[in-house]
Design a protein around this ligand. Sequence first.
Ligand SMILES: [Fe+2]
Length: 310
Amino acid sequence: MNAAPEKTKHGLAAGLEAAPENPDWTIDQGWERYSAEEHGVWKTLFERQSKLLPGRACRAFVEGMQQLPMRADEIPDFRRVSDVLMKHTGWQVVAVPGLVPDDVFFDHLANRRFPAGQFIRKPHELDYLEEPDVFHDVFGHVPMLMNPALADFIQAYGQGGMRAKELGVLDKLARVYWYTVEFGLLQEDGGLRIYGAGIASSRTESLFCLEDPSPNRIRFDLERVMRTRYRIDDFQESYFVIRDLDELLELAQIDFAPIYQRVGQAGDLQPGEVLESDQLFTRGSGDYHRARRAAANASTDADTDAAART
Ligand SMILES: [Fe+2]
């Protein structure tokens, strides 16, 4: 029951039928073609997160944001964002139509190109979206790409992705990305701060990950994280905390091949599982996900009853 779905997302695994003309899947952002309503959605999201993140997001995120040509009134122009990013860390942002296949995604990252969804979510789906859009990809990811440590780490992830695919262990590597680049927390000023883009671009998860008593907050450990399944459809049950961004650079130096072997033998862990060996910042109550599972069970039972009557 608590086996979380584990599709990979945020740039991974699109269907080939959606392939655009360019083999690298890039498209023109078409900045001039965004409508007033689309810029308005960006503004709503931007203003909401800008109020929430000071004191919750790490300094690197806040500083990165301040240095980029991003403001509330309009969806950023990737050309202008890339000009600034290129000067700082040699990265650029390229537009893609949505999710792209693994090898395309890894090739972009390995070459310091961040593929960003060109579209923006609709006004009625501010808090949930199936595929990463321009707000998630640009507001969430790009400020951290201004940081040299994270910039190098994501490039190394792209390089490691192709190797992991060949070794048949992509699921293990994807968990590292998920629990760092997407949903990572770090220690700063005596507390925990957000650096993961999946959190930084979500109002509800920005609050949940730091302030709710339900999730576990666990010191990051590479092998432990590689074993840990994750939730793609809801808040995380566990968040992993790094010491600082330099810890990611140290990770980028490690040869993962022998680790994949050990991790494969050790077996997977459920998203909310806590081990005796874990260094815990918070042992979560688990209440939030327990209630969600109970509600899901109740609706499944209701469906079964209905089916039995017909
Ligand atoms: Fe993402």
